[in-house]
Design a protein around this ligand. Structure first.
Ligand code: 9MR
Length: 363
């Protein structure tokens, strides 16, 4: 594809999605629902919503499609919060990804499902519950959603073995459970891209996780399970001030992993990009530069695979990032994990993402 002339716009005044589009990529972000006036990263907060709409070509609901949000009880669905996000996105002409249809860990399933009584034919009842959930969601949204994280985080990072849940125990194993989720999704939404999404990353400590994901993906292919892509969450963690050395060191294993995944014919998406600024001094200028350089190094390696088409960040600004609550910095300084700061101003990380898109090969 030949890039169109910039039509008088300097690269820095273009939106990230506009820069991405020139290379056959899309850029997006997570967004939440929330009450009008609440200081949240939500569609009802104009400061945040306008930023997302101005930079993105697609969005994903941070929490509102998860079982914990959609399924207050075994017999009911609560679609209102997700619907609010979808309606807002459509008014902004943004595409929407679905996240997720099955987060295969007890911790992230509704409490009622973990203690559910599957009765005298547990296999049948588990199958009914899972397929009803997926069919109901997919039929409701139809063509309005073009890509789903059908299964999220089914692999235990410590040893690469699949988690068990109440559903998988009733269904006779994790593999048949995940297979059933993908088969059901394919039939209910034949148009949609079906994704397995996980956070195996390139940093040290992820080897068992990556190996487990590869085994899972191989198994899917062997069993003819309909799945199109691997979602690489990309919750990155800086490894200290010498970023160039980190990138050089980490990319070998990472390329091996991406080679293996793409050789099996899977497409790739970066689904949840952000950075935990570990091992870096509190000084904001120094930290932001290192985070930007690390992000750039990661994207350059990962975008060198034309199988990547979508890059989504897990929220666009530091103000609403989940990381502050999940793992605060040891020195008490506020985390700076995102492309924009707490005042919605672009940071060096934003320039790094723009530059990585601008130099990526066209796909
Ligand atoms: O950012 C999300 C946070 O607000 C929720 O409390 C949490 C549990 O639902 O999920 C976070 O998002 C996760 C995503 O759904 C899956 N990958 C890891 C993300 C960060 O934990």
């Amino acid at each position: 594809m030949v890039a169109a002339p910039l039509a008088g716009k300097s690269a820095s005044s273009l939106s990230l999605n506009a820069i991405a589009t020139r290379k056959g990529l899309r850029f997006g972000s997570a967004i939440a629902s929330g009450a009008p006036g609440a200081d949240r990263g939500s569609v009802a907060n104009p400061a945040y919503a306008n930023l997302v709409a101005s930079q993105c070509g697609l969005v994903v609901a941070e929490n509102e499609m998860k079982w914990q949000a959609l399924r207050p009880t075994p017999t009911t669905f609560a679609f209102e919060r997700f619907d609010t996000i979808l309606r807002w996105a459509e008014r902004q002409h943004l595409a929407v990804r679905g996240h997720n249809l099955l987060w295969h860990q007890p911790k992230w399933l509704p409490a009622w499902l973990n203690t559910y009584d599957f009765g005298t034919t547990p296999h049948r009842e588990a199958e009914r519950l899972l397929t009803t959930h997926i069919n109901t969601v997919l039929r409701r949204y139809g063509q309005r959603i073009g890509s789903y994280d059908v299964v999220n985080e089914a692999v235990r990072p410590a040893d690469g073995v699949l988690y068990d849940t109440s559903l998988s125990r009733a269904l006779g194993g994790a593999e048949p459970t995940l297979d059933l989720a993908f088969h059901t999704a394919r039939v209910a939404a034949p148009h949609a891209q079906l994704v397995y999404n996980d956070y195996m990353s390139w940093e040290p400590g992820n080897a068992a996780h990556r190996a487990g994901v590869l085994r899972l993906l191989e198994g899917f292919r062997r069993r003819n399970v309909p799945i199109d892509a691997l979602g690489i969450q990309s919750h990155l963690v800086t490894q200290g001030p010498d970023v160039a050395a980190s990138v050089t060191r980490l990319q070998r294993d990472w390329r091996q992993f991406l080679d293996a995944v793409t050789q099996m014919g899977y497409a790739l998406l970066i689904t949840e990009l952000d950075v935990r600024d570990n091992g870096l001094p509190a000084d904001i200028a120094v930290r932001d530069r290192a985070v930007a350089e690390y992000t750039r190094g990661y994207l350059d390696v990962t975008l060198s695979y034309p199988a990547v088409r979508d890059v989504l960040s897990w929220g666009l600004c530091d103000r609403y990032s989940w990381i502050e609550g999940f793992e605060p910095r040891k020195d008490g300084a506020r985390r700076r994990p995102s492309l924009y700061d707490t005042q919605f101003r672009p940071k060096p990380m934003r320039e790094a993402v723009a530059a990585a898109f601008a130099t990526a090969t066209s796909r």
